[in-house]
Design a protein around this ligand. Structure first.
Ligand code: UDP
Length: 380
């Protein structure tokens, strides 16, 4: 079946209307006029937040998404906008990609297999989606001379546990027979393709390496730790910490990540280059679990699961992953504005809303059937 396009109908969300002319679809455009963005994977967690932000700044957004891991409901805030359109289709479908790229000025390629659980369970699907998908998108962008931002991942650093990791830090990988290192390689191939198109074909490409990004709409289904642990805490279930919990991560709010992406899209000097985007507040997963229990007021306990039970025999985790974000900061002024407490507030508020278990008291605290006693912010 071919791609299905859902035309946008009306704007019910108070989005800013512009009568700017459309941008010329090439490198270095200052993005002053209305820019027509294509977001592959735009029904996903990060893509849907990016779509909202671009519409708010007056641009046009089309989304190409297979809805395999993304959800159309993620686009509830934008799908009525007259400047938004949605096409259900895969980045492996050359015709769908060709049509979508032809109709835009700038491509943000986010469609990818994501989540450690998914890449361990479906390595072939993950590799094909990432490598062939990137080739298909870059070929189409080259055909129509469209600027492309390619989303890469901190996974490309592998088990380089030194920190903070800058864009020139080494990749330290185990055997390619381990799904995680194969996935890491697939994202590195995406990067290499983007650089090659820039250097050999003069295609304006930007690579962003996203570190642990979290926030509302992130699915717990593919292994991500914060949506999983928060749901467990709210449901008064044990929090599953993998390994001994001493491994550390830095989490960045999706709204900050989207701000970084947009700053780089607006910056012609970002073309042909790679940028880390991530939070810098380092925390161990054990401490994170404890913080989530305290913040939710949950009665949950913490259980430790060996990696071979959580994932597979031979699974290797990164002991530490801390980004150096100096480069993007120097070029665009970006830094993450929201801390881990802000992130947890937003995720907990969403989980409580979805669980439908909370009731609100006059002072803004939550009384719920899950015996949570946490105070939520006014805007939750
Ligand atoms: N993790 C955990 N419990 C879970 C899910 C994940 O302890 O239910 C751990 C996981 O092993 C890793 C960290 O939390 O050490 C972050 O996992 P995530 O999948 O969110 O991101 P990544 O491993 O890609 O950094």
């Amino acid at each position: 079946m071919g791609p299905q396009t859902v035309p946008a109908t009306s704007n019910g969300y108070g989005l800013r209307h512009h009568d700017r002319p459309t941008a010329t679809p090439m490198s270095g455009c200052n993005l002053g006029p209305v820019t027509r963005y294509l977001i592959t994977g735009g029904a996903g967690f990060i893509g849907s937040h990016l779509a909202e932000a671009l519409l708010v700044q007056g641009d046009e957004v089309s989304v190409l998404d297979s809805l395999s891991t993304g959800r159309f409901s993620n686009l509830a805030g934008v799908h009525d906008s007259p400047r938004f359109s949605f096409t259900q289709g895969s980045v492996l479908d050359e015709l769908a990609v060709d049509q979508a790229v032809r109709g835009c000025d700038v491509v943000v390629h986010l469609a990818a297999a994501v989540g450690v659980k998914l890449i361990v369970e479906q390595p072939l699907y993950s590799l094909t989606t990432n490598i062939k998908g990137a080739i298909t998108v870059l070929e189409a962008a080259h055909r129509y001379r469209r600027k492309v931002m390619v989303a890469s991942s901190s996974e490309i650093y592998g088990k380089n546990n030194s920190g903070p990791l800058n864009e020139q830090s080494d990749r330290v990988l185990g055997s390619p027979t381990v799904a995680r290192w194969a996935y890491s390689t697939s994202k590195a191939v995406d990067e290499i393709l983007a650089y090659a198109y820039y250097h050999e074909r003069d295609l304006p490409t930007i690579v962003v390496r996203l570190f642990n990004t979290v926030g509302p709409r992130q699915s717990p289904a593919y292994g991500m730790v914060i949506p999983r642990l928060v749901r467990q805490a709210v449901a008064s279930e044990p929090l599953t910490v993998y390994g001994d919990g001493s491994q550390t991560r830095c989490f960045c709010h999706v709204a900050d990540v989207v701000d970084g992406l947009i700053r780089l899209l607006h910056e012609p000097r970002a073309e042909g280059d790679v940028f880390n985007i991530g939070g810098t507040e380092e925390i161990s997963i054990q401490q994170l679990a404890e913080l989530i229990i305290v913040t939710t007021g949950s009665s949950s306990s913490i259980v430790h699961l060996p990696y071979e039970v959580a994932y597979e025999v031979g699974f290797e985790d990164m002991a530490r992953r801390v980004p150096d974000v100096t480069k993007v900061g120097k070029l665009t002024g970006w830094r993450s504005e929201r801390n881990l407490a802000d992130i947890l507030d937003d995720v907990i508020a969403e989980v409580l809303r979805d669980s439908g278990s909370q009731s609100w008291t006059d002072d803004g605290s939550v009384a719920s059937s899950t015996s949570l006693s946490r105070t939520v912010p006014d805007d939750a």
